[in-house]
Design a protein around this ligand. Structure first.
Ligand code: GRF
Length: 215
């Protein structure tokens, strides 16, 4: 069986951010863009929650924003089809999920294959899903961390781009562990977006290879 290979484009690009809440990862990425550390612009900040702090931050910073109210759509598929139209209108190369709490439908995942990334607060494939910091504590693992991965229709299971590990302490609570992990998230998520637009991510089946600079 022949291997399927995708390489991220090396060009100045545009990305969209999808979020539902606090938006600290989005803010870390926005700061990296402003500092010139990422060769791309933020073309859209989309939220399914109009009152999300991350969404308000985007409005305050003059970024283009979009909110879609789920009750105006008959199904998840219809919601995501409209969202796909909005993305396609805007010449977006990459969709960055940053605390986006809606499940993305399979047709949307397929339409934007290799063009959606997510961050998850555990070392995947351990602890997919929600409340994963508490799950890591309850399981008794000595290390947890953060994972940036491409998004596929199977939730939290796409090809892994970057990971960062942190120790789990015996007196950790969900909050102390989450804070330790979040600090790492704010490092590796901007780095992953940078690698994408530097044309340095190559996906071969389910492995992601980070190419050397200037290849
Ligand atoms: C982060 O822990 C991220 O890993 C998970 O959702 C949280 C979002 O936090 N997917 P924030 O909104 O970026 O502050």
């Amino acid at each position: 069986m022949s291997e399927e290979v995708f390489r991220s484009p090396k060009k100045r690009g545009r990305f969209a951010v999808f979020l539902s809440g606090r938006g600290s990862n989005f803010m870390a990425i926005h700061k990296a863009v402003q500092a010139g550390g990422i060769d791309a612009d933020i073309g859209l900040v989309f939220s399914n929650k109009r009152e999300a702090p991350g969404y308000l931050y985007a409005q305050e910073h003059g970024l283009e924003t979009l909110y879609l109210y789920y009750k105006k759509f008959d199904s998840r598929e219809a919601y995501d089809a409209r969202l796909a139209e909005e993305i396609n209108k805007r010449d977006i190369d990459l969709i960055v999920l940053a605390g986006y709490m809606r499940i993305i439908t399979a047709p949307f995942c397929h339409e934007f294959k290799n063009r959606i990334i997510n961050i998850h607060p555990a070392l995947l494939p351990a602890f997919p899903g929600l409340h994963v910091q508490q799950q890591a504590i309850d399981w008794g693992v000595r290390f947890s961390g953060a994972t940036v991965h491409f998004v596929t229709a199977e939730v939290d299971m796409g090809p892994i781009i970057l990971q960062a590990a942190v120790p789990v302490h015996q007196d950790d609570t969900e909050d102390t562990l989450a804070a330790r992990i979040l600090k790492e998230e704010h490092q590796i998520y901007p780095e992953a977006v940078k690698l994408f637009f530097d044309g340095r991510l190559e996906v071969r089946d389910r492995r992601v290879f980070i190419l050397p600079e200037d290849t």
